[in-house]
Structures are given as structure tokens and as C-alpha cells.
Design a protein around this ligand. Structure first.
Ligand code: SF4
Length: 370
């Protein structure tokens, strides 16, 4: 593996970081999971009916991520919207003729929708739904880091703010990170990668690219533990292990499939195994059960076995999306995404570069590689 990280010379396989002075790590406040009031089936159906009517009257569509509550995913499908990973969410918004995109996910997904569709209104149930990767990569510090390494091509994961995207050359999602970095490595380019160090390290291992890694992590995926996973695998020897590459090395190394949310869902439907151990946000189980109800899904173990917010395998920010605040935003329009036009124009280029690359290579939910 070719690596330019200064402290990788000892052959250590573990994470290393770029110059510490460039990465003053922000403290990330992880919120508790919101406690949404329990609803009867009649109340839930009534609420879903009112939301469907609001969507219809406003020519609005739901664009939902696989990690949000199953009720929201079902409603998105029932009302003609989409349920997808972040690459497909971005693409769907550009192809929809709706006037309003209602993004059920986290803030960077809403911002990406607005960057690509400035003429559309973009609403979210809660603009406070952020992401530990986004929070852990402040634009000022990241800009200084890029300035210190001007010979590097800047590749950022979609889980970043509009300002960080505006500073980048490429934006990638987990569906497309490997082919983009492989392509850049073949051109001999050195790469700055941000913000997820685990995904960056996985990409570095798979491609041999020369990469400087930002020191960020997903609070959900970082909690999956290799030792405990090994124990679960012994209990279920015929189960296939599906892992999102934001997970630590010792978890990725035990995977039968490493991939994006879309790729993991496809593995459940396509592989002959009856059991799957799944190391990603449990919100994905809704779609997996819908497509393969005969398969058994086992949640991969985390450190705290549900004891803390970070260790329950469900993103606390994704959990901020619910039917009740979705209805409210469709009435009040108070949670709308706005982006400075100069930043938007600079951020759209690396996103469009990714979408063009995906289209040319047939990568994505509608292409050959997902
Ligand atoms: S699951 Fe992790 S990467 Fe995804 S939004 Fe939550 S904190 Fe961010």
C-alpha cells in the first residue's frame, strides 16, 4: 500500500492522522434519541393520509434515506417519492418535476438537494438533524488543511457541509468512492480524503492510492466491534456478514460483503444465505425485510449493547425524522434549506462531477454496479 501519512512508516495497520495542528478535533455533542409519542394504527394512518394530501397539494415529494423510520420509508414509496442511499437521493431530486423536495434524512442530504436544485424549495422535518462526520469537519480547519497540501486532489464524502464541498474537487458517496479514487490513483494523483477515516482507510487499502486522511468517524458505525462480531459469527456459521465501510478495520475484515446501503440491500436479496449479520444502521432492516421477508437479519454487536445513544446501531440524527414533524414542516415551511449562492456554485461542481462519473460508468441504483 502506498501511503504518504508520516506515521505509517512503522507498518502499523491502525488509523493514523494528518498533522495534528491541522485537525483540532471539535467536540461533537451526540443528542439523545428523541422519544416520539406512541400512536395507534388509526392515528398513524390518519396522519399519513394528511401528509399525503399536503404533498399532493404542494406538488412535493418525499426523498427518504434507508436509515429513517420505516413509516417514513413506506410513506415515501406510497406517495411516489423515493427511498434510497445518498447518491440516488441526489440524483432523484434532479430528475423529479416536483416543486418541493422534502428530504427525510440528515442535513447534508438536504443541502445536496438544494445545491443541485436551487429553483426548488427543500424542506426537512428537522434542520437540527446533522451527522458526526459533517460536525467533525469544520470548513475553516479543513480549508487550512487543504491549503497546507496544495498538490493534493481533494475528495470529500457526501457527509459534509456545503462549505466543505465547495472546497473540494470531488464529492463521493460510499457507492462510488472506490471507482473514483481508483480513477484518480491511475492518473497518479495524491488525494486528501475527508472526513471518514474508516472509509478512507478502506478505500486506501483497496486502491493503493496515496491518501491523506481526515480524522473523522461516524458515531454509529464506529461502535461495531470486531471481537463481539467474531463471537456472533461463531453462533451463526452460515450467516453472511454485511458491513458498511464506515466501520473499523477489524469489522470490515470479517465481512463477506463491504458496501454502501444499496449494495448491502442487494446482497440480502441476491445471496443464497438464509441468515445475515448486518453492521450498519438498523433503519436499513425495513427495506431488507420488505425485499426479502424470508431471510433472517441479525444486528451486528456494538460496544454498549444499547446502553448509550452511540451504541444502539441507530443514528440519533436520523431518528429526528418522524411523521409528526414531517406534517408540521409541510404546514409551516419553517425548516427550509438555504445556501449562499457563491458557496452553492462552488459546491455544485464536485457533486456534478460525481454524478457525471456515475452516469458514464453505469454506477448507481439504476446502473450495473449497485
Ligand atoms: S449514521 Fe453516521 S454517517 Fe450516517 S448520518 Fe448518522 S452519524 Fe452520519
Amino acid at each position: 500500500m502506498n501511503t504518504s501519512r508520516a506515521d505509517a512508516a512503522d507498518g502499523d495497520h491502525s488509523m493514523t492522522s494528518p498533522a495534528p495542528d491541522m485537525q483540532a478535533k471539535p467536540h461533537i455533542q451526540v443528542p439523545p434519541h428523541p422519544q416520539w409519542p406512541a400512536m395507534s394504527d388509526a392515528d398513524r394512518n390518519g396522519l399519513k393520509g394528511r401528509i399525503a394530501e399536503l404533498l399532493r397539494r404542494q406538488n412535493a415529494v418525499l426523498v427518504a434515506h434507508y436509515y429513517v423510520d420505516g413509516d417514513l420509508q413506506a410513506l415515501a414509496e406510497e406517495t411516489g417519492g423515493c427511498v434510497a442511499d445518498s447518491l440516488e437521493m441526489a440524483r432523484y431530486g434532479t430528475e423529479s418535476d416536483a416543486d418541493t423536495l422534502v428530504v427525510c434524512g440528515v442535513r447534508f442530504m438536504g443541502e445536496t438537494a438544494k445545491i443541485l436544485n436551487p429553483e426548488k424549495r427543500v424542506l426537512m422535518p428537522d434542520l437540527g438533524a446533522t451527522c458526526s462526520l459533517d460536525e467533525g469537519c469544520p470548513a475553516d480547519a479543513f480549508g487550512a488543511f487543504c491549503d497546507a497540501h496544495p498538490e493534493h486532489t481533494v475528495v470529500v464524502y457526501a457527509n459534509t457541509s456545503a462549505e466543505v464541498k465547495a472546497r473540494s474537487d470531488w464529492v463521493v458517496t460510499s457507492s462510488i468512492a472506490l471507482p473514483v479514487v481508483q480513477h484518480l490513483a491511475e492518473q497518479g494523483e495524491k488525494i486528501i480524503w475527508a472526513p471518514d477515516k474508516h472509509l478512507g482507510h478502506y478505500v486506501e487499502r483497496m486502491t493503493g492510492a496515496d491518501m491523506l486522511l481526515w480524522d473523522g468517524a461516524c458515531v454509529v458505525h464506529e461502535e461495531f466491534k470486531g471481537f463481539a462480531l467474531d463471537r456472533v459469527r461463531r453462533l451463526h456459521p452460515d450467516a453472511a456478514v454485511l458491513v458498511h465501510p464506515e466501520s473499523p478495520d477489524e469489522v470490515v475484515d470479517q465481512a463477506d460483503v463491504v458496501g454502501s446501503t444499496t449494495q448491502l440491500i442487494k446482497a440480502v436479496t441476491d445471496m443464497p444465505n438464509r441468515e445475515f449479520i448486518v453492521a450498519t444502521d438498523e433503519g436499513i432492516f425495513w427495506k431488507m425485510r420488505q425485499l426479502a421477508p424470508e431471510k433472517t437479519l441479525i444486528a451486528a454487536p456494538t460496544a454498549g449493547e444499547g446502553a448509550t445513544c452511540e451504541s444502539c446501531a441507530h443514528c440519533p440524527w436520523m431518528a429526528m425524522n418522524a411523521l409528526s414533524n414531517l406534517e408540521r414542516v409541510l404546514i409551516e415551511h419553517h425548516q427550509e434549506i438555504h445556501i449562499d449562492e457563491d458557496i452553492r456554485q462552488r459546491a455544485v461542481r464536485p457533486i456534478q462531477r460525481m454524478l457525471d462519473f456515475a452516469r458514464e460508468r453505469g454506477i448507481g441504483a439504476r446502473g450495473k454496479s449497485d
